[in-house]
Design a protein around this ligand. Structure first.
Ligand code: FAD
Length: 322
């Protein structure tokens, strides 16, 4: 059965977020001959060609002054308008801050089945089957929407994006968002902890815990991250202690990351921290306590003082990577 897929794409710091390409790939995998349309609601200065190159057949750039900053009323109304015009069977978006807020509202408005935080999607016996983690990543469930519109958020870094193909062609159309009464408006955006690499999309994460001991103690972690092109993350204990901003917190009440490589420095491995990183492909733990629970989930463990080990790694990687 051909399905028309609508992917809500996102822009951050002027760049399309990689998870938007991953959602397009997920859409392509289940479209069965239907179309994949990407919609941009954010007024970003993006022409849509990259979305076509990554597998979208069509891009809708929605215009509207009130869409510049995310508000539930503004974006929901604009998304609803595009959804009705495009007659989508499936609506996908990254499991990002905005995706988590917008898509459940959209599903509710349309009385649709909602799958949240999927890490895989495939076709099985003609049905669209999603896999998602439960119990803080200790188990996985497969789920389907039994009838009607399917709405899902996809966790970043889990579905492989399609290679960019500059030769692909597709329509890019503009659409004007209908005016809407906003119950909340954004007066000002104050950006904090603006690090170069987006933590939730990073391929490598270097994370520090209470063992880092101070804000100054994070310095060697930043140096290692710079050599590796990695993002820096933290445990809640490190954020609570004021060593770093809460924007860096990974775990049950922080961000979820799924990098190819996670380097945990001075982190004990509490279940609430594992909830945000245990699905990382390769986990390296550096801890001076050989009994630390983090070693149970680590692929490679280094028992030692992080203030000795991390600079050594930085030096070696620098030599290796030039
Ligand atoms: P610790 O447990 O104190 O571990 C520090 C580690 O550093 C130790 O293993 C020690 O051996 C090692 N160490 C010390 N010095 C060195 C050194 N020089 N070199 C190498 N190793 C060293 N936590 C999160 O991380 N994220 C969350 O989202 C989160 N949400 C929570 C939600 C709830 C409802 C609750 C109750 C807790 C939550 N927590 C969360 C807190 C969690 O339970 C732990 O307290 C926290 O993860 C511990 O952080 P840590 O591993 O950095 O600190």
């Amino acid at each position: 059965m051909a399905r028309n897929i609508l992917v809500v794409a996102e822009v951050r710091n002027g760049q399309l977020r990689p998870v938007s390409f991953e959602c397009i790939a997920a859409g392509r995998a289940i479209a069965e001959g239907g179309s994949v349309t990407a919609v941009l609601l954010s007024q970003a200065d993006v022409d849509g060609s990259e979305l076509i190159a990554r597998g979208a057949d069509r891009v809708v750039l929605v215009k509207g002054e009130h869409l510049k900053e995310y508000t539930p009323d503004g974006w929901l109304s604009a998304l609803q308008q595009v959804y009705l015009a495009e007659k989508a069977d499936v609506v996908l978006m990254g499991h990002t801050g905005i995706g988590r807020d917008l898509l459940p509202r959209f599903a509710m408005r349309n009385a649709a089945g909602m799958i949240s935080d999927a890490i895989a999607v495939k076709l099985e016996g003609g049905q669209v089957v999603f896999t998602r983690p439960i119990y803080a990543g200790k188990a996985y469930v497969t789920q389907i929407v039994t009838e009607g519109l399917i709405v899902a958020t996809i966790r970043p870094n889990n579905v492989a994006a399609l290679e960019a193909d500059a030769g692909r062609s597709g329509d890019v159309v503009q659409s004007e968002a209908a005016p809407v009464d906003l119950r909340t408006v954004v007066k000002e955006v104050v950006r904090q902890a603006a690090t170069g690499v987006d933590l939730t999309a990073a391929k490598i994460v270097v994370a520090g815990g209470r063992g880092v001991k101070s804000a100054e103690g994070f310095k060697p972690l930043y140096e290692l991250a710079e050599v590796l092109g990695a993002a820096v993350g933290a445990s809640r204990a490190a954020a609570d202690a004021g060593f770093c901003d809460y924007a860096l917190q990974i775990g049950q009440t922080g961000k979820t990351v799924t990098p190819d490589l996670y380097i945990a420095c001075g982190i004990s491995g509490a279940i609430q921290h594992l909830a945000g990183m245990s699905a990382s492909k390769v986990i390296v733990a550096i801890n001076k306590d050989p009994e630390a629970p983090i070693f149970k989930v680590a692929d490679y463990g280094i028992v030692g003082d992080l203030f000795e080990v991390v600079p050594l790694l930085t030096r070696e990687f620098k030599a290796l990577l030039g």
